[in-house]
Write a protein that binds this ligand. Structure first.
Ligand code: ATP
Length: 528
């Protein structure tokens, strides 16, 4: 398909408000794409350029894009032929592969070659794709419905397949090229990471016990890094919650798995952390270690990782995700040495659960996870099966803009616009602003990263591509006409930078509205 025609469809998608019409347009698009264009089309449509787990990153800043834009405007390409979607995507891939010395200039040159071959509309949309905002009117939900329609199956079949094939591009290929049969066959496979199962937030242990049906498994909630372990014999691979492979950075974890996991083929879910003088090491420091690929020996000595395993998804040819929690964890106890297992109790006794909670907090952990004993493992799902109970209330928000600081913060982008995802439109809407919570080092690094993501400048304000997720604590949610979201956080403060989360995993406007309502219920309960 010509890139020009793809852009025309995207424009229509953006214009139409009707859900059904949008789905039909996506179906039409899918039917008219070449097989190897299906992936790129779905990524671009849903605000990505490459699949989430991919190592490919475009890494071009606003200044390179705008320079390339300016230097190519008015130049008429001698090439008459229009570029196809595949060709445009191939350019982006090549740009992302440019690394090392002089890469900025080389990337810009390639951008210019690409830009010169595009018409005005194509160029404008390409720039929007590159900066990922706003999503062009098609979200994940719509794409899944379009896939169901094209394969002639119900939405549940598609959702199920999506659990195990977390990449929309690849899933779309299966739906279009193999139809129902292909989708039915999508299962958990060794060395193909799935999205981790998630938990809902609850205020206290009592509520957790009630939600779990009167009896629950309570586990320590570590403030570490989620890791999915895939092992076959001596081959071990590790993946983060964004499905990025981190095996190379964590040889100590690989060693632990080889020594303490007694199964030939297995997929495990665990939390990785490190301790210094008996206290858990800060999340930021753990992330820093994972991102490093050099000086491994020194890092391993300074910050040795440990793991606490809490689930098993696959064992020697058996897929276990549909088995109840209790059965999975019994297997786990047989296979994994005790020192790697998460601290856990199963109880119906409120006092016992409360004591366990205090124990976890006392040791410097985040709180507890409460899990239903009959719960299946549902990849990527935040359902009513797992609950996190922790003292501080936080949201994961995306920085979409920042202001230059004054006084001591001069020279740093230090006041941040925090946004939540509007799940209806795919836009990021501001719900608050803060300059609190980061260290000087972090301000410096954040300034550098934000400038790389710059999209537009307005006086002392810089708008950026929504990419950096921060965990934000606040005292209260208020209704406010100040922001388009209609909501504002009081006393927002950044607790930490969540490099392990993608912007699409940010808290949603719906969730913040729900918490707003819950505030009143809680207050009513306290005063009654
Ligand atoms: P949070 O922001 O509270 O850390 P999250 O947004 O990263 O959570 P949630 O699903 O909301 O993701 O909380 C679960 C996270 O807690 C998991 O992703 C995992 O990294 C961590 N965790 C720590 N201990 C456990 C445990 N025992 N079971 C499951 N997850 C655990």
């Amino acid at each position: 398909m010509l890139f020009k025609d793809f852009v025309e469809i995207v424009k229509k998608l953006e214009r139409t408000k009707s859900r059904l019409e949008k789905i039909n347009l996506i179906v039409y698009l899918l039917k008219n794409l070449e097989p190897d264009e299906i992936g790129p089309a779905m990524w671009l449509l849903t605000g990505k350029i490459f699949p989430e787990y991919s190592d490919l990153k475009l890494e071009v800043g606003w200044s390179s894009v705008s320079k390339a834009y300016r230097s190519t405007r008015g130049i008429v390409s001698l090439v008459e032929r229009k570029l196809t979607l595949k060709e445009v995507h191939e350019y982006l891939r090549k740009i992302s592969l440019i690394k090392g010395e002089d890469s900025r200039r080389r990337k810009q040159r390639l951008l210019e070659t690409l830009f010169v071959s595009l018409g005005q509309d194509e160029l404008e949309y390409l720039v929007r794709f590159i900066f990922g905002e706003p999503r062009v009117g098609a979200n994940e939900g719509l794409v899944l419905e379009a896939l169901a329609k094209i394969a002639g199956v119900d939405i549940e079949t598609v959702r199920k397949a999506y659990m195990f094939r977390a990449d929309l591009g690849e899933l779309a290929e299966i739906a279009v090229l193999q139809g129902e049969e292909g989708l039915q066959k999508v299962k958990l496979e060794l060395f193909r990471p799935v999205k981790p199962m998630l938990a809902e937030m609850l205020y206290d242990v009592r509520a957790a016990l009630r939600e779990c049906g009167g009896i629950a498994a309570f586990e320590f909630k570590y403030d570490g890094i989620r890791l999915q372990i895939h092992k076959k014999g001596d081959r071990v691979r590790l993946f983060t919650r964004r499905l990025t492979e981190v095996t190379e950075s964590l040889p100590d974890v690989v060693k632990l798995v080889k020594e303490h996991v007694h199964a030939h083929e297995i997929v495990l879910d665990c939390e990785a952390m490190s301790f210094k003088n008996g206290k858990p090491v800060r999340f930021q420091d753990l992330v820093r270690r994972i991102r490093r690929k050099h000086e491994m020996g020194r890092l391993m000595r300074e910050l040795p990782f440990e793991i606490r395993v809490f689930d098993v998804l696959y064992l020697d040819g058996r897929i276990l995700v549909e088995k109840p929690y209790k059965e999975r964890t019994s297997l786990l106890e047989e296979i994994v040495d005790e020192e790697l297992l998460i601290e856990r109790i199963i109880t119906a006794d409120l006092q016992e659960a409360k004591d366990f909670y205090q124990k976890s907090i006392g040791l410097g952990h985040e709180g507890l996870m409460a899990k239903r004993l009959d719960s299946p493992y549902m990849p990527g799902i935040r359902g009513k099966y797992w609950f996190k109970v922790k003292p501080a209330e936080t949201l994961d928000l995306v920085i979409i803009g920042a202001e230059w600081g004054h006084g001591r913060r001069r020279g740093w982008l230090s006041d941040y616009y925090l946004a939540a995802l509007d799940e209806e439109t795919g836009e990021f809407l501001v719900v608050g602003k803060t300059f609190k919570g980061l260290t000087d080092e972090e301000f410096k690094e954040m300034t550098k990263r934000l400038l790389e993501l710059k999209v537009r400048e307005e006086g002392w304000r810089v708008w950026v591509k929504p990419q950096i997720v921060v965990e934000v604590a606040y005292s209260e949610i208020q209704k406010s006409p100040k922001y388009r979201s209609g909501l504002a956080l009081r006393f927002a403060r950044i607790v930490r930078i969540r490099y392990d989360k993608s912007p699409w995993e940010a808290s949603t406007i719906g969730e913040i509205r729900r918490r707003y309502e819950e505030q009143f219920e809680k207050k009513a309960k306290i005063s009654s």
